[in-house]
Design a protein around this ligand. Structure first.
Ligand SMILES: CC(C)(COP(=O)(O)OP(=O)(O)OC[C@H]1O[C@@H](n2cnc3c(N)ncnc32)[C@H](O)[C@@H]1OP(=O)(O)O)[C@@H](O)C(=O)NCCC(=O)NCCS
Length: 189
């Protein structure tokens, strides 16, 4: 049986050596799109909450190509999120939407196999740095569909605040509303 000290040392080791999280811009290569589809399929509860059905076979393609009205692909950035080199999530950023000073984080998703390991928050910190490096955006905006409200504490812990904007949301059988949150990025122009 392991001693109390050995268990304590193991726990300290886990706390002191969190897994390395990285983000990488996807370029749409077939192998990347298969990995993107895989991680989306590893988050079926999210798909159910926002579409009412399991992840679809074309979800990677639609995540990779969806653009808000009036934007071009020059302002769209889809990322792989990796843990120790293994892709475990993805993110979708739009630069300058709905106005030039705002970055829209359309999606941040971590595989259900890897939730509550700190991956989402570390990936967000890297995305925020990416946004700061543009030197054009001084706030980040997200929309949380109320049927997925469970994730709101994740965003508020990162410094997001509700703007008060609510927009009707409808997708198939899901009738809900989108709650808009924003985070100002201090120190940006
Ligand atoms: C939201 C999401 C990206 C969070 O990723 P994650 O890697 O599990 O998050 P973290 O481990 O970094 O969580 C950091 C903190 O946020 C809070 N948090 C995260 N998920 C939470 C949840 N489901 N309920 C309540 N608090 C939560 C906790 O305070 C957590 O710290 P703790 O684990 O020490 O308590 C992940 O749940 C996800 O992919 N959800 C499906 C997609 C989605 O809803 N994306 C957001 C769309 S708006």
């Amino acid at each position: 049986m392991r001693s109390v000290n050995s268990v304590r040392e193991t726990l300290q080791c886990v706390a002191l050596n969190p897994p390395t999280v990285t983000i990488r811009l996807l370029e749409g290569a077939p192998a990347e799109m298969r990995e993107l589809q895989r991680v989306i399929e590893e988050a079926p509860v999210y798909a159910h909450r926002i579409t009412g059905v399991p992840p679809g076979r074309a979800d990677a393609q639609s995540t990779y190509t969806a653009l808000p009205d009036g934007k071009s692909y020059a302002d769209k950035f889809v990322f792989a999120i990796s843990r120790e080199g293994e892709m475990v999530g993805c993110a979708d950023l739009i630069r300058g939407h709905p106005d030039a000073a705002t970055a829209l984080l359309g999606l941040l998703l971590v595989s259900e196999r890897h939730r509550r390991e700190g991956i989402g928050s570390r990936a967000y910190a890297l995305l925020e740095q990416y946004i700061r490096d543009w030197r054009t955006c001084h706030r980040v905006r997200i929309g949380v569909v109320r049927s997925n409200a469970e994730v709101i504490p994740f965003w508020t812990r990162l410094g997001f605040e509700p703007t008060g904007e609510l927009k009707p949301y409808r997708y198939g059988p899901v009738a809900s509303e989108t709650v808009v949150f924003q985070k100002n990025l201090p120190g940006t122009p």
